[in-house]
Design a protein around this ligand. Structure first.
Ligand SMILES: [Zn+2]
Length: 281
């Protein structure tokens, strides 16, 4: 009787931890409950914002809010509490979305996005990491190093509860480790999944999905000669990801046709910087 009870319990636990990745339908098993992940996202967000300058006004920020609203609508995450911040930092070519829907875009990434549709893709990509529970998967792998779930719960109560190296593992797993000098590359599988999800989200929100292919070219151009581009150094080659995206393009186009916005979302908002021949920094 006792053992049957135990089996029933562990089956329930497994069922709770089992979920499917949007669009690709990969089945995953996570050891870390969503509620803890959202808590970690919120706590990390607060500490991230303490160290940066935020652009609260201006058209760039208004565009970010608009794109954010549209992508969040199609991502359908009733438990997320969405927020989008434009971080004033021209040297950082990056963006992130923490579990729970806290999003940061650095001004340095804008020229690679070039236009609203490009922004919608990268937003969809980052949101995809969150909705596909990639942070939880990466943290699950490192859970013993963090003292298990108890370590994460302690961090939620008091962020100094973890040793600096443990904190670095946590932030790295959430995709914001660059700020503490640790980069944990998302696996190629996670990146490909997020690319697909990002394309589907952008198309569903009314943006032409083919723009996503151009983002990688501009990202590579932009990073040429400048400080290490976080976005690229932690990601697979842009050629590989373009190949993967092309396979999904027809499906994304169908979604776009049903939802296309009634104005030009590919009009240039953030041109690439002029090449002066002189390398920056
Ligand atoms: Zn990514």
């Amino acid at each position: 009787m006792k053992s049957r009870h135990a089996i029933a319990l562990s089956a329930a636990a497994l069922a709770l931890a089992c979920s499917k990745v949007p669009y690709t339908n990969r089945v995953q098993y996570n050891l870390i409950p969503d509620s803890i992940m959202r808590g970690l996202g919120a706590a990390t967000y607060t500490s991230m914002l303490a160290d940066v300058k935020i652009k609260k006004k201006g058209e760039d920020n208004a565009t970010l809010q608009q794109v954010g609203d549209r992508i969040s609508k199609v991502a359908k995450q009733p438990k997320f509490d969405w927020e989008y911040q434009l971080i004033k930092d021209d040297d950082t070519i990056n963006a992130w979305c923490l579990p729970g829907g806290k999003i940061g875009f650095y001004t340095g990434v804008l020229p690679a996005l070039n236009n609203e549709a490009g922004m919608a893709f990268v937003m969809g990509h980052e949101v995809g990491h969150a909705t596909a529970h990639h942070g939880a998967e990466r943290l699950s792998q490192n859970l013993t190093m963090l003292g298990g779930l108890i370590g994460l719960e302690l961090y939620l109560k008091d962020q100094t509860a973890l040793k600096p190296e443990e904190r670095a593992i946590l932030l790295g797993a959430l995709g914001v480790g660059a700020t503490v000098g640790v980069l944990l590359p998302f696996s190629r599988m996670h990146e490909s999944e997020s690319d697909v999800i990002g394309m589907m989200y952008m198309a569903e929100a009314g943006y032409p999905p083919a723009e996503s292919l151009d983002v990688w070219d501009r990202m590579a151009d932009l990073s040429d000669g400048i400080t290490i581009p976080t976005f690229i150094s932690t990601h697979p080659s842009h050629k590989k990801r373009k190949e993967n995206q092309r396979e999904w393009l027809p499906q994304a186009r169908k979604k776009y046709k049903r939802n296309a916005l009634d104005y030009d979302t590919q009009a240039v908002l953030w041109p690439m910087p002029e090449k002066t021949g002189k390398k920056k920094k």
